[in-house]
Design a binder for this molecule. Sequence first.
Ligand code: ME8
Length: 516
Amino acid sequence: MADPYYITTAIHYPNGRPHIGHAYEMIAADAIARFQRQAGRDVRFQTGTDEHGLKMAQTARTRGVEVRAFADEMSSHFSEMADTLNISYDRFIRTVEPAHYAASQAIWRAMRDSGDLYLDRYEGWYSVRDEAFYDEKELIDGEGGQRLSPQGTPVEWTAEETWFFRLSKYQRPLLDLYAANPDFIRPETRRNEVMRFVEGGLSDLSVSRTSFDWGVPVPDSPGHVMYVWVDALTNYLTGAGYPDDSEALARFWPADLHLIGKDITRFHTVYWPAFLMSANLPIPKQVFAHGFVLHRGEKMSKSVGNVVSPDELTQAFGVDAVRYFLLREVSFGQDGSYSAEAIVTRVNAELANSFGNLAQRTLSFIAKNLGGAFPDAGRSDPADAMLIEEIVVACAGLKTAFDDLMLSQGIEAWMRGVFACNQYIDAQAPWALRKTDPERMHAVLGTLVRAIRMLAIAILPVVPDAAAKVLDQIGADARDHAAIDDDGWYARQAASGFVIAPPSPVFPRLELPVTE
Ligand code: ME8
């Protein structure tokens, strides 16, 4: 049976509409999931919405709607966005599902049975926006002396009876975990931050609330609901069949990769492994914290008026263009910036004018001048084998980089293959050979068809629809990594009598919308 691979995104708060940051995270996870499927892994890919907590309850109240109805409506915007963006998730989890209540209560009982939960009075600072507790020493001063969280969000003083989790007990085990697994937290900058934070000492964590009831009820403790992060993090286990589906659990737990944004690293690399250790469950193999996507270098905010919805972007430029841009432009793990100009420039230069143009010119020439028949072997030249070698290297470069989650570098390696094709066309001038040297023309066009197929397979995880269209145009069915190295494909396809129809362009040239 194929090797399992379990990948998750964060589950998103549906207290507002999805924004480009949510889209970015789903797209990156999707490219990784598709890439692993191509490599033959048995992928389980989960995304979803995080629907409990004070933030959701307060937003619903402000809007005068019942919180469950509000959650239902808002969650659907996220699943619709996932579908629009062509996200190949296996499960879209909602934390209001009964299966998720069962998982959250099971992990709670397991932590309680380990002696790690106790009742006490909590008094301290809470940020509803971050759904996070902060120590006094972490706070910063805002305007007019207002206390703010380190993220710059307002905090309020809270005092209530709550259950506590003995986080302090896990300081040493956590530091040991980081030391033994240098790749558990990536990138390196985040790993260093987390280690410094844990080395500074850990306070026990308040993990239940009594002042509101929008959450998973704490077992055997009437009036308490779980702190939203306890239930939220448990979604990853719910998706792996916890607690009852032992077959799925054995297969998919621990997760291979939690892909999250940098602002929630602490929850995933401190609290989550501590909860799991307490419940005697294995720790995920890796947490990768991606950076933030900014609009023209600025944080998106409603008050600045620079919030662009993912829908607006995909309607203006197309889904694959937006996917390509985000993965190519943003060095994975760092912050990045987007603007309409940057999208148009990047996509036109690399997709429309380079890869798209290469496929379009080659295939329409064959359709027109060879009646769509695959070119003959013709008279080969060392330049042909050299080009194929460059393409093999480019595709292998993408694979090595994607295996290591270096998405942007992987696409860059692929682009070198595209540029090699364009140089080859300039040097070989196949269109001119039609009259002067048809045998050579056949060999050149045949080499280009081979190259186009390999490049299209390699880039499928990034631009799944567009690359599939190119592959359809040449009738290439096998689309996994092994197919890239299949030298016999061309001869078989030519012998099958497949006819290349006049292609319609797959990567249109983008125009800047007039409003920008
Ligand atoms: O934090 N650029 O949900 P969330 C890139 N429910 N990524 C961004 C971003 C931006 N501008 N803004 C947010 C939560 N994100 C919790 C997670 S997981 C058990 C619970 C990322 O809707 C953010 O870092 O506030 C996070 O990974 C994800 O979007 C959801 O953020």
